[in-house]
Design a protein around this ligand. Structure first.
Ligand SMILES: [Zn+2]
Length: 128
């Protein structure tokens, strides 16, 4: 299942960061999910608990925020929300040369450590 591999990848990244920072555990993980990323939030929630079992994230809460997709027309620079399913025809010129600005992200936005340093918290990679 798509969502299971996503949940496992996020759990893996966060548990490595938790180990690096000496955190006892993780209480919550905030995730940005683009609306075009093909992720079903309910399925991700369901997989989360399983993916967290036996890791530093056991019992943590996944808080996923849906990021609205934005598209931009390359020739005329009009921006719009293509929606779902995405409408990728430019509303300005009707052209089809379009780039997606947002909507496909799958990004760890923040982590709440159960027992870690206060403050904004380290990034998921732990790179300073
Ligand atoms: Zn256009």
């Amino acid at each position: 299942m798509h969502e299971m591999s996503i949940a496992a990848a996020v759990v893996d990244q966060v548990s490595r960061a938790a180990a690096e920072h000496g955190a006892r555990g993780v209480t919550a993980v905030r995730l940005d999910v683009g609306e075009l990323a093909g992720v079903v939030p309910a399925a991700l929630d369901f997989c989360w608990e399983l993916a967290c079992e036996g890791t530093a994230l056991a019992g943590s809460v996944l808080s996923a925020t849906t990021v609205t997709a934005r598209a931009r027309c390359v020739p005329c620079a009009v921006e719009w929300a293509p929606g779902l399913p995405p409408d990728l025809g430019c509303p300005g010129c009707g052209g089809g040369r379009v780039e997606l600005l947002t909507g496909r992200e799958l990004q760890i936005r923040g982590v709440d450590w159960a027992d870690g340093p206060p403050g904004p918290g380290p990034g998921p990679t732990g790179e300073a």
